[in-house]
Design a protein around this ligand. Structure first.
Ligand code: NAD
Length: 377
C-alpha cells in the first residue's frame, strides 16, 4: 500500500503530516511512502532526511496512486481531483460550516477522516491532535505576547530599581490555557485564569495560578459528559462579564482560548474592557479562527484596539512548525496504525471501531458522519 505525504497548499500552513520518525514507522507497518518534494521544508525537514528514512520523494502527481493521503489541512477541490476513488484521506478537516467541501470529498469517493473529531478517551490520547496542537499554541501565545509587550514579565530587583512582575490573565483553561498558565508562570508573571467548567478550577490552582469565575449553580453544572464547555446562559455571561471587566482592568496581558465545539467562539472581551486596561497592554486571541473571543481582533495581525495590542495570529501552533509537525505526524501515524492488520500488514478499516466511527466524514460516496449528514437528502 502506498502513502502519499502532501505538501500543504493553504497559505501560511507551515506544518507537514509526516516526520522522519513516522516515515520509519510507516515503513515498518508495510507501507511504501512518497513525500511530495519540499513538503517538510517549513518544518525544517529536508527531502534527503525523508529519503534516508525510507521514503521516495515525488510530486503532486504521485497522489493519484496513493491508497492513503496524509495532510495537515482538508484537501482543496484541485487536490481532491488528483486522488483516486477509494483513497483514505486523513487531515484536520475543519468540518463545521464546510459541509459543501465534505460533499465534494464524498463525491470523489474518498474515505476521509477528521483528526479533530477523535474521541477524548484514554485509548485515543496519543492520536489527539487538538491536544497536541493546543498545547503548543498555549505556549506560543505567551511567547508572542511577551514579544510585543513593552515591559519585562518577571519581577526584577536590580540596583537600578525594581521591575514589577507582569499580570497575566488566561481566559479558558483547557489544554491551551493550562499550557499558557504554565508558560507565563515559568517566565515569572503573576498569573490568574478563568473558565466556565468547574473542573478547571482545581487544575488552574495546581499550576499556581488564581482562579477567577462566578461560581453559581449554573457554573457547577456547566460541563458536558465529554468534558467540554456548554454555551452559558445570557444571565451567567452578564455576571461573568462584570467580574471579568473588573479583573481585566488590572491586567497587563490577557490570553483568550475559549472555544465551544461546533459553535462560534464566545465573545469574552469587549472594547470597553480593553479600554480599561493600561496603555501598552497586550491581548492574544487564540480563538481568532472561530470568530474570536476579543472584540476588534484582526485575523493575522496585531491590531491596536483602544490602546491595547490585540494579537490575532491564526494557526499559533504552526508558528513553531518543527515541534507542531513532530507531534501532529505522531498523532496521525498512531491512528493509521489502527487501520493496519498486524499479521497481513494490509490496510483494513474496521468500520465498527469507535475511533473510526467518530472521525470518519465520508465513505462509499456519501457523507457518513452523523453531525454532517444533510437531513434533506
Ligand atoms: P476547548 O479548546 O474546546 O476550549 C478551551 C477552553 O475554553 C475550555 O476549557 C472551555 O471550558 C473554555 N471555555 C468555553 N467557553 C468559555 C467561556 N465563556 N469563558 C471561559 N472559558 C470558556 O477545550 P480543550 O482544551 O479541548 O479541553 C476540553 C476538555 O477536554 C477539558 O476538560 C480537557 O481537560 C479535556 N481533555 C481530555 C483529554 C483526554 O481525556 N484524553 C484530552 C484533552 C482534553
Amino acid at each position: 500500500n502506498l502513502v502519499f505525504v502532501a505538501k500543504e497548499t493553504v497559505a501560511d500552513e507551515t506544518r507537514v503530516a509526516a516526520s522522519v520518525e513516522t516515515v520509519k514507522k510507516m515503513k515498518g507497518l508495510g507501507f511504501d511512502i512518497v513525500v511530495e518534494a519540499g513538503a517538510g521544508a517549513p518544518s525544517r525537514i529536508r527531502d534527503g532526511e525523508y529519503e534516508a528514512s525510507g521514503a521516495r520523494i515525488g510530486s503532486v502527481q504521485d497522489a493519484a496512486q496513493a491508497d492513503v493521503i496524509l495532510k495537515v489541512r482538508r484537501p482543496t477541490a484541485d487536490e481532491i481531483a488528483g486522488y483516486k476513488s477509494g483513497a483514505i484521506v486523513i487531515a484536520i478537516m475543519d468540518p463545521y460550516g464546510n459541509e459543501a467541501a465534505l460533499v465534494n470529498m464524498a463525491r470523489a469517493g474518498l474515505t476521509s477522516f477528521a483528526m479533530e473529531l477523535m474521541p477524548r478517551i484514554t485509548r485515543a490520547q496519543s492520536m489527539d491532535v487538538l491536544s497536541s496542537q493546543a498545547n503548543l499554541a498555549g505556549y506560543q501565545a505567551v511567547i508572542e505576547a511577551a514579544a510585543v509587550y513593552d515591559r519585562a514579565l518577571p519581577m526584577m530587583m536590580t540596583a537600578a530599581g525594581t521591575v514589577p512582575a507582569a499580570k497575566v490573565f488566561i481566559m479558558g483553561a483547557g489544554v491551551a490555557g493550562l499550557q499558557a498558565i504554565a508558560t507565563a508562570r515559568r517566565l515569572g508573571a503573576q498569573v490568574s485564569a478563568t473558565d466556565v467548567r468547574p473542573a478547571a478550577k482545581e487544575q488552574v490552582a495546581s499550576l499556581g495560578a488564581k482562579f477567577v469565575a462566578v461560581e453559581d449553580e449554573e457554573f457547577k453544572a456547566a460541563e458536558t459528559a465529554g468534558g467540554y464547555a456548554k454555551e452559558m446562559s445570557k444571565n451567567y455571561q452578564a455576571k461573568q462579564a462584570a467580574l471579568v471587566a473588573e479583573h481585566i482592568s488590572k491586567q497587563d496581558i490577557v490570553i483568550t482560548t475559549a472555544l465551544i465545539p461546533g459553535r462560534p467562539a464566545p465573545r469574552l472581551v469587549s472594547r470597553e474592557m480593553l479600554k480599561a486596561m493600561r496603555s501598552g497592554a497586550v491581548a492574544v486571541d487564540l480563538a481568532v479562527e472561530r470568530g474570536g473571543n476579543i472584540e476588534g481582533v484582526q485575523f493575522g495581525t496585531v491590531a491596536h484596539v483602544e490602546g491595547v495590542k490585540v494579537v490575532g495570529y491564526p494557526n499559533m501552533a504552526g508558528r513553531i512548525p518543527a515541534s507542531a509537525s513532530a507531534l501532529y505526524a505522531k498523532n496521525l501515524v498512531t491512528f493509521l496504525e489502527t487501520m493496519v492488520d498486524k499479521d497481513t500488514r494490509s490496510l483494513g478499516l474496521n468500520r465498527a471501531d469507535e475511533l473510526i466511527k467518530a472521525t470518519m466524514l465520508t465513505d462509499g460516496g456519501e457523507v457518513v458522519h452523523p453531525n454532517f449528514v444533510d437531513p434533506d437528502q
